[in-house]
Design a protein around this ligand. Structure first.
Ligand code: ADP
Ligand code: ADP
Ligand code: MG
Length: 673
């Protein structure tokens, strides 16, 4: 077995591979970009090597830097994970040339399956059914138009080099063909540097069913059953499960044999997935066709691990080290049912817009049958540089219903605060009656967006009232000089808010706040302080909701506070409440400790800069305005000095904690050090 592995990836999959390596006594070497210097995979690996700046082309896609890191750190093999360089044949060759074992198939197999047109042609030759269509070499529009006419509409135009659901368009009528072709080509050229396309008959009400296969160096190939990944959005998987609902032993045997045939055609070694499209919404009996082969570990591999009991990463290491497959086909069974949900930092109520930001609260439940694969901890940032996946939640049960209930149960109680996420959306999917009955296809999500809560939602007034109650409690003893973790001054105590009336010791406060995209007012009725009480009793009213000072938190309710913002989570739905404060956002007075960095107090947009490089500023002079959540925050100079650097320009999106301006305090660098 290998003694050390370099993991050419990040996030949850890097963490997953580190765990797999540890189990086999293999030392793990992580690589990281500057954006990930303190991330979980770096913290948990045995060693870590910096490979470059945050953009993926400069770091996780920088094959030369990664190979150099592997050689420099004495790694014996490289595990590419998924995404990034995992299906890059040149990278596999570079590893081999440097004397590193590549945990994956041969580069020849990767090349054979790398382009969808060549792969389909190869599969046809091997007798594997492929989606009918055109995958020839001719690429001029006239030729493709004729081919499209022969296939009929609706049809699919696909970039041959495509992946991740990109470079794909459904065309419903001949009149739309030309424009759709141009747009696929544009997208493909940009994303993949290759604008070749193929055409496919559009399969109506399709199910996406894929087969996990594994091969060893002695020509043994087995399949580890199928996964159904039909719940998709923009051709990207959202929920995956194993086995596929409605699957019969006969169809499983036929699809398994076809997948093994596909793998055999390229002498496949290691873990791979053969993706099929299956006709028929209600039961997958209509016929199946090869779509593509992914020559790597798949995001959704844990559902297969759950039902087969096989550790796929362990197998990957064993096969790469030259061992034979640990099990034969007859030893691989199915125990129960498993479902996975991909938890993303995105906002379903807002067109699934990515929602990067700091994870203010993160707590995973520990529940029977639930596995959570994650690569972040509370306080980490979901950066805009990479995929916004936060974690994968996998539930295993004796039956499909039990697995779905367990997944929904985990999603109901888990805390993910800060970015908006699809937590409640995933839960709604697990609870959707048609899906539970097994009546679904790849169009299910798009047809049911509203029912699944993926539409603008009314503000949850009770959550706002809870936030105010929480804030009242937490700010009861707040001193006026209290500062946030980032050094900015926190809002004053809510108890100092303007009194509207005062009578016999009881009083009512009006609390201005911002939530759900608008400003609002909450009222708080405060009772007289009774003998022996440290906190007076109070009642918060916001709209039709009310909450009292004794917060009884249900298992699926969470309240987190970060500076002037409260995050309330109820059954996976997050309400963000910002308390309007005259925040004097300046760093602590400390002119003696070198340059002062003025940082953005939150994720937002730099809307104005009032100073330029070289200018002299006075302490507490207004230097910039950042807008976040429709509120403007004025940043003040922490000390008198000279502007040394401006790190962002008006209009730029800025991350929480990002340095915007550097000021050299009066007296120059080193002064007072
Ligand atoms: P799967 O069928 O396993 O979902 P995909 O082709 O959709 O495979 O991609 C796997 C994962 O890797 C997805 O989460 C995708 O967002 C991510 N991914 C794919 N390509 C890249 C890339 N070049 N850089 C970063 N992440 C990527
Ligand atoms: P990618 O490389 O991006 O994963 P795929 O070829 O695997 O691309 O297709 C992604 C998804 O698009 C499939 O899972 C399926 O839902 C849908 N799709 C692909 N081809 C067809 C088709 N011919 N008819 C209907 N849906 C399709
Ligand atoms: Mg695919």
């Amino acid at each position: 077995m290998f003694r050390s592995v370099l993991i050419a990836n990040r996030g949850e999959i890097a963490c997953r591979i580190i765990r797999g390596a540890r189990k086999l006594g293999i030392a793990s070497i992580a690589v990281y970009s500057d954006a990930d210097a303190h991330s979980e995979h770096v913290r948990t690996a045995d060693h870590a090597v910096r490979i470059g700046p945050p953009p993926a082309p400069d770091s996780y896609l920088n094959a030369a830097a990664i190979v150099a890191a592997a050689v420099g750190s004495g790694a014996e093999c490289v595990h590419p994970g998924y995404g990034f360089l995992s299906e890059n044949a040149e990278f596999a060759d570079m590893c081999a040339s440097a004397g590193l074992a590549f945990i994956g198939p041969s580069s020849a197999a990767m090349r054979a399956m790398g382009l969808k047109d060549a792969a389909k042609a190869l599969m046809e030759k091997a007798g594997v059914p492929v989606v009918p269509g055109y995958h020839g070499p001719g690429q001029d529009e006239a030729e493709l138009t004729i081919a499209a006419g022969n296939i009929g509409f609706p049809l699919m135009i696909k970039a041959v080099a495509g992946g991740g659901g990109k470079g794909m368009r459904r065309v419903d009528a001949p009149s739309d063909f030309s424009a759709a072709l141009a747009s696929v080509r544009r997208e493909a050229r940009l994303a993949f540097g290759n604008d070749h396309v193929l055409l496919e008959k559009y399969i109506a009400n399709p199910r996406h069913i894929e087969v996990q296969i594994f091969g060893d160096r002695n020509g043994n190939i087995v399949h580890l059953n199928e996964r159904d990944c039909s719940l998709q959005r923009r051709h990207q998987k959202v929920i995956e499960e194993a086995p596929a609902p409605g699957m019969t032993p006969q169809l499983r045997a036929a699809m398994g044999a076809a997948a093994i045939g596909a793998a055999r055609a390229v002498d496949y070694v290691g873990a791979g997935t053969v993706e099929f499209i299956v006709d028929g919404a209600d039961d997958p009996q209509g016929g199946f066709w090869f779509m593509e082969m992914n020559t790597r570990l798949q995001v959704e591999h844990p559902v297969t691990e759950a039902i087969t009991g096989v550790d796929l990463v362990e197998w990957q290491f064993r096969i790469a080290a030259g061992e034979n497959l640990p099990l034969g086909q007859h030893d691989i069974g199915i125990q129960g049912h498993a479902v996975e949900g991909r938890l993303y930092a995105e906002d379903p109520a807002n067109g699934f817009l990515p929602s990067p930001g700091r994870l203010i609260g993160l707590q995973w439940p520990s529940l029977p049958g639930v596995r959570i694969d994650f690569g972040v901890r509370e306080g980490d940032d979901i950066t805009r540089f990479y995929d916004p996946m936060i974690a994968k939640i996998i539930a295993h049960g004796a039956t499909r219903m039990e697995a779905l209930d367990r997944l929904a149960g985990a999603l109901n109680v888990m805390l993910v605060a800060g970015p908006q996420t699809n937590q409640a959306f995933l839960k709604a999917l697990c609870e959707a009656p048609e899906f539970r009955q097994g009546r679904f296809d790849t169009g299910f999500i798009d047809r049911n967006l509203e029912e699944l809560g993926a539409a603008p939602q009314a503000l949850d007034e009770y959550s706002v009232a809870l936030a105010v109650a929480h804030r009242m409690r937490s700010s009861f003893c707040r001193r006026p000089d209290r500062r946030n973790a980032d050094g900015t001054q926190a809002a004053g105590s809510l108890w100092d808010a303007v009194d509207s009336f005062q009578l016999g010791g009881a009083r009512t406060l009006t609390i201005p706040l911002h939530a759900g995209g608008r400003n609002g007012l909450a009222s708080v009725e405060i009772g007289a302080l009774a003998a022996g009480q440290t906190l007076p009793s109070f009642i918060v009213r916001f709209g039709a909701a009310r909450a009292d000072g004794v917060i009884k938190r249900a298992a699926n309710e969470w309240i987190m506070e970060d500076g002037d913002t409260c995050f309330v989570l109820r059954a996976g739905v997050q309400t963000v409440v910002q308390f309007a404060a005259e925040a004097r956002r300046a760093a602590p007075d400390d002119p003696g400790s070198g340059p002062a960095h003025i940082v953005s107090p939150m994720h937002g947009k730099l809307v104005a800069l009032y100073v330029g490089v070289g200018e002299t500023v006075q302490k507490n002079q207004r230097v910039a305005t950042v807008e976040a959540m429709k509120m403007e925050h004025t940043l003040l100079a922490p000390a008198t000095g000279r502007v040394q650097e401006i790190a962002a320009q008006p209009g730029a999106q800025v991350a929480q904690g990002a340095v915007l301006i550097v000021i050299e305090p009066e007296g120059g660098p080193g002064h007072g050090a």
